[in-house]
Ligand binder design. Structure first.
Ligand code: ATP
Ligand code: MG
Length: 182
């Protein structure tokens, strides 16, 4: 049980990974909870497309306490070497921005959405992410999401939840739904 009388803050590293749906939305839910506690939140979405999403509209309404930044675009063609290089460059730029934001001490919670996926597909170096975890402000919470989180990240995290794919409507041929997927 969480000791709610203990107001002392311990910065945690939370990981949402696995094949089932709910990783990004779990991170968003936690981030909204933190925002509701008056905490300053930054969410960076790696590999997200430029299309508008419900969370983008919602976060705008939350004001300056919740910032959302997008890095990279939605579609990666792993067979196209030139495209891969472009994606790598964007992801690495994004990670640089993330490091600066994290070490600035301006945020009490930072979410790196789809960062696990970016690591597992070799867009960014997991050593770099491990180093960011080691150098983050001790009281800041850091959330990492995405499938296939590397083992070293799971070991370093304070909490890991693996979403289990019991079933998903997509396999019945139902495409992405407004309000559920975006
Ligand atoms: P969400 O953003 O809904 O929390 P997620 O972050 O867990 O999902 P991602 O791995 O980021 O999922 O994949 C993004 C998209 O893929 C989502 O729109 C989601 O509905 C879909 N998706 C997730 N898991 C599955 C699955 N097991 N089968 C098919 N599609 C999936
Ligand atoms: Mg996701």
């Amino acid at each position: 049980m969480v000791e709610i009388l203990d107001k002392k803050s311990t910065g945690l590293v939370l990981v949402f990974t696995g094949e089932g749906k709910g990783k990004t939305t779990a991170a968003l839910g936690t981030a909204v909870r933190a925002w509701g506690q008056g905490m300053k939140v930054l969410m960076m979405q790696f590999i997200k497309g430029s299309w508008p999403t419900g969370e983008q509209n919602a976060i705008k309404k939350l004001g300056s306490g919740f910032e959302l930044r997008r890095v990279g675009d939605g579609f990666i063609n792993f067979n196209d070497a030139e495209e891969m290089e472009k994606q790598k460059k964007m992801a690495r730029e994004g990670l640089k921005i993330a490091r600066l934001a994290i070490t600035s001490g301006r945020y009490q919670m930072v979410v790196l959405d789809e960062i696990n996926y970016a690591m597992s597909y070799g867009l960014i170096d997991k050593e770099e992410v491990l180093d960011i975890i080691d150098t983050k402000p001790p009281e800041m919470h850091l959330i990492l999401t995405g499938r296939s989180a590397p083992e070293e990240i799971l070991e370093k995290a304070d909490m890991v939840t693996r979403m289990d794919n019991v079933k998903h409507h997509y396999s019945k041929g139902i495409p992405a739904q407004r309000g559920i997927e975006y």
